[in-house]
Structure formats: structure tokens, C-alpha cells
Design a protein around this ligand. Structure first.
Ligand code: NAD
Ligand code: UD1
Length: 336
């Protein structure tokens, strides 16, 4: 199939491109490179030995987007493109609503016009908000604590209305838990700009000496060691989930939603200890105050993705830590 991947130069998108190409799909990527480098796609070509068509294109540029759909016959779209920083979304909410919501509406509009009605959308476990009903299932109530999370809920709602208006649409929203790790080749991985917000990139940068020490945000949570628990999922497993989703679209599923996580929760201290053991390296750390907006624990019940998509995560905590560190060591300055 010919798949259009929006945001395909980014962290999860580049890993999905590898899996798509290796599964025999043809890939067209559009990305405005606001949070990525074109080099990630050169590396994807190098890993797979397959070509990718790439266009520097912003989803807000509807004229160019329309032209792209006129120039190519597209079977399905995987929609990764979006801004993803919670902190930035609080400071600059309009940029998030404009980019994520308006950009998505443009995409869905142009898809409708060109009768392309197969879509996989990158949603997030953030749509479950500050809940304590664990493990999280797809039918748990939604709430968002910040503009970023609200953009994900809004886009999911837009997609529901779109499907209600025209059930020729096949839409799969994938709610990712915490993507981590990197491709086993060490050639593609997460390349955060500035100081990383997320745990494993932060630990990796302490390990390489770019940052002095990790601050553990709070050790008085109601968990086995007092630090927060999350459902970390390897980015390659996540990428494979998109292959399962693309294949599922063939069976005309209508609108469906799947949580993608392992179902296992690990604490901050579990991750730190595992990184140290897997890579034989000591990580200096200090205990700091809680980070506003963090919850004690978040992990999924992966049963629905397993039974309906035939997908389950295979890689575990040692793989997360080993692969994140290989990527960091081989690319100390990311794609620079
Ligand atoms: P990323 O920033 O690495 O990738 C997103 C890509 O989209 C970037 O390459 C960026 O340049 C591009 N982009 C942004 N706005 C665009 C626009 N208007 N037009 C064209 N391209 C645009 O992020 P990621 O981690 O790969 O995340 C991919 C998707 O998954 C995002 O929608 C994100 O919200 C979602 N998600 C990510 C996580 C995570 O922790 N990484 C968790 C849950 C959900
Ligand atoms: C964050 C985002 C969430 C996004 C998710 C996956 C916030 C509030 N939430 O969630 O919207 O979907 O990333 O990308 O930003 N930690 C430390 N020290 C650090 C960094 C993190 O102790 O320097 C802890 C955090 O308190 C948390 C855990 O590590 O308990 C994981 O943090 P992080 O990687 O940022 O993921 P989330 O908090 O789950």
C-alpha cells in the first residue's frame, strides 16, 4: 500500500517508516521539520535499503497539502504530525490549538476531498487525565489537564463526528503510553531539542555527561518505592503497532481506539536501576519535589490491542535502557 506519513521525520514516525518499508509498503513523508531533521529519513533509507518520498510541508499549508494529494494516489494516512510538549502548550496554547487541531482539520478536509478515508491517528494516554482507575482501558473516562492533552481529546472527538457523518471512514486512534528506546541499529532515536523533559532521554544525557544529575520528581507517591509508575513501551514495538493498525484498516473497522502499552508499570527508580545495570554505568541523582501534574501511576490493560489488533509489546525494560544508551552514545548530539 502507499501510505502517507505526516510527521514521519520525528521520533515515532521515523521508526514507523522503518517498519512500513520493511513490511513492503510504499512511504511518502510530509513534515515541516519544526521538531526533527531530514537526516532521520536518510537513516531510515540506510537501515531499510528502501527509498522514501519526502516533502517539507506544513499541515497548515492547505494549498500544498491538496496538491500533494492530487500528485499521489494514497491508500492510507498515518498522522503523527503535532506539537507534543505539555509545558510549552501551557505557555502557548494557541500554537497548540492552531498546529494540532487546525492542522488535523486541514488534513481530514483534504483527505475527504480526495476520497482517502483510511486513517491511523497518534493519540496519547494523556487523554485519561489524573485518573486512579488502573489499569487504564479504552472506555475509561477522558479528561485533560493541559492544552496539549485537550488537543488530543478534541482531535479524537472530531474524528468521531467525521465517522458519524460518513461511515466510509476507517479510523484507528492509538493512545500511546510512554514511548522509549531507539532502533537497535543505533541509527535513529529520540532527538529532543534543549534539555529533555522525559525520563529516559534525561538519564541518557546524564550518562553521557551532558547533564550533571537526574532529579527524581518526588519519592512520596503511593507506589512500591514512592516514585511514579509509568507504562514505558519500546518505540520499535510501538512502530509495529502501526503496521497492525494499517492491516486492520483493510477489514473496515469503522472507528476504533486502542491503548498501546506493555501493561507493566515501572517506577522512576526501577528505570534508573535498570539503566545502570543494563549499561554498567552509575547515574548520579537527587530527590526533588513533585512535578506539577504528575500522577502516582499510569499503565494500560493491553488486552484490546492484543485481541483485536493481534499486537503486543515484546521488548522489555532492559531493551529500553540498552537501546536508548546505544543511540545516545553513537549520536551524542542527536542528528546534528
Ligand atoms: P516528534 O516531535 O518527534 O514528531 C512529530 C513530527 O511532526 C516532527 O517531526 C515535527 O516536525 C512534525 N510536525 C509538527 N507539526 C507539524 C505540522 N504542522 N506540519 C508538518 N509536520 C509537523 O514527536 P513524536 O514523539 O514522534 O510524536 C509523534 C506523535 O505521537 C505526536 O502527535 C505526539 O503528540 C504523539 N505522542 C507522542 C508521545 C511521546 O511521548 N513521544 C506520547 C503520546 C503521543
Ligand atoms: C509526560 C507528559 C505526557 C506525555 C508523556 C509521554 C507531562 C506532565 N506529561 O508524561 O503528556 O504523554 O510524557 O511523552 O509532562 N521524571 C523524573 N525526572 C525527570 C523526568 C521525569 O523524575 O527529569 C519522572 C516523572 O516525574 C514521571 C516519570 O519520570 O514520574 C516519567 O516522566 P516523563 O518521561 O516526563 O513521562 P510522563 O510524566 O508520563
Amino acid at each position: 500500500m502507499r501510505i502517507l506519513v505526516t510527521g514521519g521525520a520525528g521520533y515515532i514516525g521515523s521508526h514507523a517508516c522503518v517498519e512500513l518499508l520493511e513490511s513492503g509498503h510504499e512511504v511518502i513523508v510530509i513534515d515541516n521539520l519544526s521538531n526533527s531533521k531530514e537526516m532521520s529519513l536518510s537513516r531510515v533509507k540506510e537501515i531499510t535499503g528502501h527509498d522514501i518520498k519526502f516533502y517539507t510541508l506544513d499541515l497548515l499549508d492547505k494549498v500544498k497539502l491538496n496538491q500533494l494529494f492530487s500528485d499521489h494516489s494514497i491508500d492510507s494516512v498515518i498522522h503523527f504530525a503535532g506539537l507534543k510538549s505539555v509545558a510549552e502548550s501551557i505557555v502557548n496554547p494557541l500554537a497548540y490549538y492552531r498546529n494540532n487541531v487546525s492542522g488535523s482539520v486541514n488534513l481530514f478536509d483534504v483527505m475527504t476531498k480526495h476520497n482517502v478515508k483510511n486513517l491511523v491517528f497518534s493519540s496519547s494516554a494523556t487523554v485519561y487525565g489524573l485518573t486512579d482507575s488502573l489499569p487504564l482501558k479504552e472506555n475509561c473516562p477522558l479528561s485533560a489537564e493541559n492544552p496539549y492533552g485537550r488537543t488530543k481529546i478534541m482531535i479524537e472527538e472530531i474524528l468521531r463526528d467525521l465517522h458519524d457523518s460518513d461511515n466510509a471512514w476507517n479510523i484507528i486512534s492509538l493512545r500511546y503510553f510512554n514511548p522509549v528506546g531507539a532502533h537497535a541499529s543505533g541509527r535513529i532515536g529520540e532527538d529532543p531539542s534543549g534539555i529533555p523533559n522525559n525520563l529516559l532521554p534525561y538519564i541518557s544525557q546524564v550518562a553521557i555527561g551532558k547533564l550533571k544529575q537526574l532529579t527524581v520528581y518526588g519519592n512520596d507517591y503511593a507506589t512500591h518505592d514512592g516514585t511514579c509508575i509509568r507504562d514505558y513501551v519500546h518505540v520499535v514495538d510501538l512502530a509495529k503497532g502501526h503496521i497492525s493498525a494499517i492491516e486492520k484498516l483493510d477489514s473496515h473497522p469503522g472507528l476504533v481506539i486502542y491503548n498501546l502499552g506493555t501493561g507493566n508499570g515501572y517506577s522512576v527508580m526501577d528505570m534508573l536501576g535498570s539503566f545502570e545495570r543494563a549499561n554498567n554505568i552509575a547515574i548520579p541523582y537527587t530527590i526533588g519535589p513533585r512535578r506539577p501534574g504528575d500522577i502516582d501511576a499510569s499503565y494500560t490493560d493491553p488486552g484490546l490491542a492484543m485481541s483485536e489488533l493481534g499486537w503486543q509489546a515484546n521488548l522489555g525494560i532492559e531493551d529500553f535502557c540498552r537501546d536508548a544508551w546505544r543511540w545516545q552514545q553513537d549520536n551524542p548530539n542527536g542528528y546534528e
